[in-house]
Design a protein around this ligand. Structure first.
Ligand code: MRU
Length: 365
């Protein structure tokens, strides 16, 4: 997508894989700052601190971290250690594990001296593939928006939670890819953007949508149920951090509540994600998906622009108050109307029809 008219991606290789470039997303929406990461530990820190974030993007960043690690030491033990350390940074988003496992599988049977060029080529291929997948997700998702418009003949109101836009991927996004393509096709639409406390990823979504001129309105997370109840929402479209083999969906905390309200009002609830977000080894999401617990300081402190126009942070919860910060929740498949993937849209129970090869990987109940 373009930033100030310049085509921009969220991650790129620098000096033929000697380093990677990223956008520091912790600075957005107030400042657009790029950063170069020169070794795998810098990439690991960027993932942990959410300078790079969003399930598909952290997968690709981790693939590049493997390249930088192998450049420094191509021995088996080291590769396995890096794999474990990277996976531990963000345990819910399965794309991370998928990407590093894919990299390990590609290199581990090769002689050490051959590993780096193969790893580099693989990371490049995964980066490009992510863009194409997201574009395909968007094309399938845009058809849903077009059908809603055909029935309504008025701007389609989409509600989204968190940021499943181009910032969460290499480019285009997942849920927002559908919005971008529908908008490109001239379908009138408007997006309700959940603020998404505590990390405020909704502000990233608003920043993205402003960048291309898509009408949108930021709402407090608690407002979604009310808007759904009053027929102000035609469809909910969110991303995912992990989808189980039966279609349970882990996504940013608060997603489940939107799905409940949507079900109550018979508003379609869609989840857009690439197949690398499907974890075929898990069936029951509520018990089988590890939910990342993040620091309570994310709740205690809030960042914004002060009266002097300076970015600053203030404490809003007293230090002695207990806080809990689960970063994701699980929406059961029964609340999900459809999953929008790069291969098309299906009801959650039919994921294995779209991905028969994944169905063969299912391992536990
Ligand atoms: O914690 P984050 O910001 O890395 O969370 C991921 C998300 O942005 C969302 O949950 C999203 O829907 C999945 S990524 C497209």
């Amino acid at each position: 997508m373009k930033v100030n008219g310049i085509p921009t991606r969220t991650i790129w290789s620098v000096d033929h894989g000697q380093a990677i470039g990223i956008i520091d997303q912790t600075k957005l929406p107030y400042e657009f700052k790029k950063e170069v990461l020169r070794d795998w530990t810098a990439v690991k820190d960027a993932i942990a601190t959410m300078k790079v974030r969003g399930a598909p993007l952290i997968g690709i960043a981790a693939a590049w971290a493997m390249v930088l690690a192998i450049r420094d030491n191509a021995k088996d033990d080291f590769i396995h250690q890096v794999r474990s350390e990277l996976i531990a940074t963000r345990p819910t988003a399965v794309n991370l594990q998928w990407a590093v496992d894919h990299m390990v599988k590609r290199v581990i049977s090769l002689p050490e001296r051959e590993r780096l060029p193969v790893a580099y080529k693989e990371a490049e291929a995964m980066t490009q593939a992510n863009v194409l997948e997201n574009r395909a997700i968007g094309t399938h998702g845009a058809k849903i928006i077009a059908e809603l418009y055909a029935k309504k003949r008025e701007p389609v109101n989409i509600l989204t939670h968190c940021n499943a836009g181009w910032l969460a991927t290499v480019d285009y996004g997942t849920a927002l890819s559908a919005v971008y393509i529908a908008f490109e096709q001239g379908i009138p639409l408007h997006v309700w953007v959940d603020e998404t406390r505590p990390r405020e990823q909704g502000l990233l979504t608003a920043w993205e949508l402003s960048g291309v001129g898509i009408p949108h309105t930021v709402i407090a997370d608690n407002a979604g149920g009310h808007l759904i109840q009053h027929r102000e929402v035609d469809a909910v479209i969110v991303g995912a951090d992990r989808i189980t083999a039966i279609g349970d969906v882990a996504n940013k905390i608060g997603t489940y509540l939107k799905a409940l309200a949507a079900k109550d009002m018979e508003v379609p609830f869609y989840v857009a994600a690439p197949s690398s977000t499907i974890d075929w080894s898990v069936q029951d999401g509520k018990h089988g998906i590890e939910i990342e617990n993040r620091s309570g300081d994310e709740l205690r402190f809030i960042r914004g622009i002060d009266k002097k126009g300076k970015v600053s942070e203030v404490q809003i919860i007293q230090a002695q108050t207990n806080v809990e910060n689960p970063a994701f929740d699980v929406t059961p498949a029964r609340l999900v109307t459809g999953i929008i993937t790069e291969r098309g849209v299906c009801a959650p129970e039919f994921l294995t029809r779209l991905f028969p090869e994944g169905g063969r990987l299912q391992t536990r109940g």
